[in-house]
Structure formats: structure tokens, C-alpha cells
Design a binder for this molecule. Structure first.
Ligand SMILES: N[C@@H](CCC(=O)N[C@@H](CS)C(=O)NCC(=O)O)C(=O)O
Length: 234
């Protein structure tokens, strides 16, 4: 069977992994999940007890959660090095470093903003503190990422790789939360524009929005969440 990526909407980080699967070019399936609705039903915990997307169902029917673990699973199978690099190379080291930074400090900086947005009737003082901590953290992590960006067309080299997918799934949260103008970080802004222009990303965004669009053909279709839980849930 093809591996199945369970990705979330609205604005899920997993959108970048959909793009990475397109870049990888091997057959896969998708399962689209409403993170504000069906993901919060008890049955979803059979896929991920921490109630998060993404989740990967492997070709052997096993569940892999956590973005970094899913990226590692894809990298290990990317024998043609379409979205990764020779594991024993400076490029691989740099991609792992960047992916780890994006998936931890950079992504985590947005947490107070998500809490402020998703908490029902928060006390105004709590809302203000969360917003200030979130905005300051996001700006600071953007400063650090700006320093880490090199002169290649993409994060690691002149072709997009897993790290670019992980970045583009999250970087748009800056705009979603209205933290700052993206042009404040010119290297990151230019990099985001190059990644956003990739057909794989246009495709992943359209799917996230619920549109029925053709991709490279590697995606063999969507599977309903209930079926994925029934067949592969713990
Ligand atoms: N550590 C996890 C975090 C994934 C994560 O934060 N997913 C978000 C969506 S981007 C989520 O599912 N949040 C739960 C929610 O929205 O309630 C990973 O790297 O995969």
C-alpha cells in the first residue's frame, strides 16, 4: 500500500509535508482533517493520542507521528535524493539543523498566539500577556532564522528539500497572526516567495482549502478519516 499522510486544516504545518511528498514523487495518499472539529473527537486519539497533525501511516500500516519523525521516514526512502541529501554530507547536516530549528524554537514561538486565539473567553490581561510573549518570541525567532539563511535558492541548496516544506507550512503563521510585515526579514521573505511559487506548494495549499486540483500524479487520492482510523488506528 501507499503511505498515507494525515494533514490538518486550517493552516496546518502539515501542508509543507504534502508539498514534500509531491517533490518526492513516490505514490502516496492523503487524509484531510478538520483540526477544529473531527480531530477533537475521541476516536482521533487512536491515530495520535496527543491530538495533533501530521500523522503518517507507513506503507507497512504503522503510525508515525511528529513532523521530524515523518521527515526522517521520507528521507530514509528518498533514494534518488529528490528532497534530501547524502546522509553523510554537510548538506544533510545543515538540513537536519534547519529542520530542527524550524520545528522547535521557530514553531514553538507561535504557541502563545495560538492559545490566545483558541481559548474561549480569555481574561483580557491573560490575552495581552500571551499576545506580547508570542509576538516578541516570533519576531526574535525570525531574526535568528534570517541569520541562518544562506545564498542558495532554497534553505540548503538550489532545489527544494524537506526543510523547505517544513518551513513553508509554518512560516505563513506570521501573516495569519498579523505579527509583522514579512518584508522585515528580506532573505526569509525572498525564500518564502520562491517556495510559495513551487507548483507542489500551490497544490498543497489548494488541497488544504478543499479544492480538487491535479498534482504531479503521485497522490493516489484521499481517504476519509473514519476509514483511516478504522483500518490503522490503535
Ligand atoms: N510536535 C508536533 C506538533 C504538531 C502540531 O503542532 N500540530 C498542530 C497543527 S500545525 C496541531 O495539531 N495542533 C493541535 C490543535 O490545533 O488543536 C509535530 O512536530 O508534528
Amino acid at each position: 500500500m501507499e503511505p498515507i499522510l494525515i494533514y490538518g486544516y486550517p493552516c496546518g504545518s502539515s501542508m509543507g509535508l504534502v508539498a514534500a511528498l509531491e517533490w518526492l514523487g513516490k505514490p502516496y495518499r492523503l487524509c484531510r482533517v478538520d483540526m477544529l472539529g473531527e480531530m477533537r473527537e475521541p476516536a482521533y486519539k487512536r491515530l495520535n493520542p496527543r491530538v495533533e497533525t501530521p500523522v503518517l501511516v507507513t506503507d507497512g500500516g504503522n503510525l508515525v507521528t511528529e513532523t521530524m519523525a515523518i521527515a526522517a521516514w521520507l528521507e530514509a526512502r528518498d533514494t534518488e535524493r529528490r528532497v534530501s541529501f547524502d546522509p553523510i554530507s554537510p548538506e544533510a547536516d545543515r538540513m537536519h539543523q534547519l529542520t530542527a530549528f524550524i520545528n522547535t524554537g521557530f514553531t514553538g514561538a507561535f504557541s502563545p498566539l495560538w492559545i490566545a486565539m483558541e481559548t474561549e473567553d480569555p481574561a483580557p490581561a491573560t490575552q495581552a500577556v500571551l499576545t506580547e510573549i508570542g509576538r516578541n518570541g516570533v519576531m526574535e525567532r525570525h531574526d535568528r532564522l534570517e541569520e541562518m539563511i544562506g545564498n542558495g535558492r532554497f534553505l540548503v541548496s538550489d532545489r527544494p528539500a524537506l526543510a523547505d516544506g517544513v518551513l513553508i507550512g509554518v512560516a505563513r503563521w506570521l501573516d495569519y497572526h498579523g505579527v509583522a510585515n514579512r518584508e522585515r526579514w528580506p532573505k526569509l521573505d525572498a525564500l518564502r516567495k520562491r517556495i510559495e511559487a513551487e507548483p507542489a506548494v500551490t497544490y498543497a495549499l489548494a488541497l488544504e482549502n478543499g479544492e480538487d486540483v491535479p498534482g504531479t500524479g503521485a497522490c493516489k487520492g484521499h481517504i476519509p478519516l473514519a476509514e483511516v482510523i478504522d483500518r490503522f488506528g490503535n
